[in-house]
Design a protein around this ligand. Structure first.
Ligand code: FAD
Length: 368
């Protein structure tokens, strides 16, 4: 298909860069990708790409190239609220950690190579539907488009329909050098004061680590900085003592409502974290961002007939596709979050750290 209809994508994270690239690769010749920040930009994120994201990158033929800038993860150390730990090891790569500046620059470079017109430092201030099209307003002027993919992340002021308070968690993280750790091992620490969320240590390439935590937005008492100090002191023992923090700590909200809302509004499709597509317990949003960006591009391509006409009613396919793809994982993740917050979790997690369970998991993972 060759199509000269103007199409616009707002936000150059994994969802936006993917939607823009796949539209261009499908023959859409006028795809604009708008990003409010200068490029490359920093994004507060641990950059963990678990099996779902890895497999998606592999299917797209991107994993090998992406992995060059990533650290490979083969084991996970899980600490229960009781303080006891267990290690789950696989005899192959179970995840990769890719700093977000590298991941996002990589995905955007692929979009540019496919012919996308990428415009960094262009903030979208509003998105207005008109009969026959959408007007995307920026400080540099208005852009008319036949369809828009809104992929602006958690803080989505361009056209916010879902209030951020709903199902929102808060996070804080920092990067460190000289932080003793096992290369290839992710650490996840569950504790009562973060319940149902957790603290983590992810090894990055070059011997660095990122350390952070997620806490409920509606919590009493401690600030995120207090919780971070407490995590460094109590979760990692002697290890932070000789470590050197690189840059400052960064905080960010995470939009994880645990349900799928409206993702199609006329000619505007909402993708990634803007649509609340985030795992409620692990707070992973990259795999759902990649996949929803792909679905948004498919929805637009399906709604174009003859390369010159877009049927807005056909865009509704995207709502059904998102529900079909994400209803189960998002709902299950909301149930896990409920379970982890319940009094049943600490004893169950403690049991999970027993040597017998550790041996059983090692056996299962070896077969997986
Ligand atoms: C501390 C932390 C750790 C995390 N760790 C992980 C992890 O290890 N693994 C994982 O899978 N997920 C993780 N996540 C979640 C993950 O970062 C997000 O879910 C994911 O980035 C969502 O991708 P996205 O493309 O939807 O949005 P984003 O990556 O947020 O991209 C949105 C883009 O839109 C731009 N933008 C915003 N508003 C406008 C506007 N008005 N005009 C133009 N551009 C705009 C932003 O600048 C940004 O570049 C973490 C999140 C946090 C906060």
């Amino acid at each position: 298909m060759n199509c000269d209809l103007p199409l616009c994508v707002v936000g150059a994270g994994p969802s936006g860069a993917t939607a823009a690239r796949l539209l261009a690769q499908s023959g859409c010749r006028r795809v604009i990708l708008l990003e409010k920040c200068g490029w490359p930009r920093r994004k507060t994120c641990a950059g963990g790409l678990g099996p779902r994201a890895r497999e998606w990158l592999d299917r797209q033929g991107l994993l090998k190239e992406a992995s060059v800038a990533a650290s490979r993860i083969t084991s996970l150390r899980f600490t229960a609220p009781s303080g006891k730990s267990a290690r789950l090891t696989m005899n192959r790569e179970m995840a990769i950690v890719m700093p977000r500046d590298s991941l996002d620059a990589f995905l955007v470079s692929k979009a540019i190579a496919a012919g996308v017109d990428f415009r960094p430092s262009t903030e979208v201030t509003s998105v207005r539907q008109e009969s026959g099209g959408v007007v995307v307003c920026t400080h540099g002027g208005d852009i008319e488009a036949d369809a828009v993919v809104l992929a602006a992340g958690a803080l989505n002021r361009a056209a916010d329909k879902q209030p951020l308070r709903t199902g929102c968690a808060h996070s804080i993280m920092a990067r460190f050098a000289d932080f003793p750790h096992n290369p290839g091992e992710m650490e996840m620490i569950y504790s009562k004061n973060l319940s149902p969320y957790y603290a983590w240590l992810f090894p990055e390439p070059g011997g660095l680590v990122n350390v952070g935590l997620v806490a409920p937005s509606r919590r009493k008492g401690a600030s995120l900085h207090d919780l971070f100090d407490d995590a460094l002191e109590n979760f990692f023992g002697w290890r932070p003592a000789g470590a050197r923090q690189i840059g400052r700590r960064y905080g960010a909200p995470i939009r994880c409502p645990g349900r799928i809302g409206t993702v199609v509004d006329g000619r505007v499709l909402i993708a990634g974290e803007s649509a609340g597509l985030v795992h409620c317990l692990t707070c992973e949003g990259i795999p759902y961002a990649l996949e929803s960006g792909e679905l948004a591009a498919s929805a637009i391509v399906r709604s174009i007939t003859g390369g010159s006409r877009l049927d807005p009613l056909a865009l509704r396919w995207y709502q059904r596709a998102v529900e079909r793809r994400f209803w189960l994982p998002v709902t299950m993740s909301a149930l896990y979050r409920w379970f982890v917050a319940s009094p049943a979790f600490p004893p169950a997690a403690h049991l999970g750290t027993s040597p017998m369970f550790e041996r059983f998991s090692a056996f299962v993972l070896a077969k997986a």
